[in-house]
Design a protein. Structure first.
Length: 253
């Protein structure tokens, strides 16, 4: 795995003892934990609970901006205050800037859930990296993500984007410099530090990638957004009490 590398799976959706065990077995040094529809304080608490001397867990939020049909996902590290889902992209980026968060573009130009050329160009001074590879980016989707990174000449990153435990550590970002704490990981992504994107190969990797891609079916159903957001009381709904009415004027639901 390379003793001089610090390997980060830069975007995972679940976290428990089995995830931690698999991450360590796969030679990872850190996970970026950004579950769907979980409030920042809860993400932080769980990240701290599963961090130890052998694995750093970095709390983060993949914020869903816009409405369900035109949503754009943005991955934010180093947040100081909670940011809800389903506010406008402009409002989310303004809030990330106010908090001096590290802003990453996950799965660029992927289906209807991603920032693509227009949005990346608009916010390129605020963006700290673009994802070059993850387990769901197979075939032409993977080729396109690499092309976006090359076209903007921005620092790449890689992640498993694991929604399934078996995908942990399939793709990663490796830093050569010393990284120890969660704060170090956030800073490494923010300052454009030298890194490389690595991934596993072989039939097992292909099978796990196909399983992750198949999982998109549930992620993109209207039934899911109806269950989570139209009631107005779910944890990351912009009108939840946690946000103190700060986002009411930019909420899309």
């Amino acid at each position: 795995m390379g003793d001089d590398e610090f390997r980060v799976d830069a975007h995972v959706k679940m976290l428990d003892e089995r995830v931690v065990e698999r991450a360590k077995h796969r030679g990872l040094d850190a996970l970026v934990y950004a579950p769907h529809f979980e409030q920042l304080p809860d993400v932080r608490e769980r990240a701290a609970r599963y961090s130890d001397d052998d694995l750093v867990v970095v709390p983060a939020r993949e914020v869903f901006t816009g409405d369900w049909r035109s949503r754009r996902h943005v991955l934010a590290l180093g947040l100081n205050e909670p940011v809800p889902d389903f506010i406008t992209l402009e409002a989310a980026m303004a809030e990330f800037e106010r908090q001096d968060a590290t802003v990453l573009v996950p799965h660029p130009c992927f289906l209807n859930v991603s920032l693509c050329y227009e949005e990346i160009q608009r916010y390129r001074e605020q963006i700290d990296g673009i994802e070059a590879a993850n387990s769901k980016l197979i075939g032409r989707f993977g080729d396109r993500s690499k092309q976006v990174v090359a076209d903007f000449e921005m620092p790449p990153f890689g992640s498993s984007y694991a929604h399934l435990r078996g995908s942990i550590g399939e793709v990663w970002t490796a830093f050569d410099d010393d990284v120890e704490s969660a704060e170090d990981v956030v800073e490494a992504f923010a300052d454009g530090r030298s890194r490389r994107v690595g991934r596993r190969t072989g039939l097992g990797h292909r099978a796990r990638s196909l399983a992750e891609f198949s999982h998109l079916g549930f992620e993109n159903t209207w039934k899911k957004v109806d269950r989570f957001f139209l009631q107005g009381t779910e944890p990351t709904h912009p009108r939840h009490l946690l946000y103190g009415n700060r986002f009411d004027d930019v909420a899309v639901y």
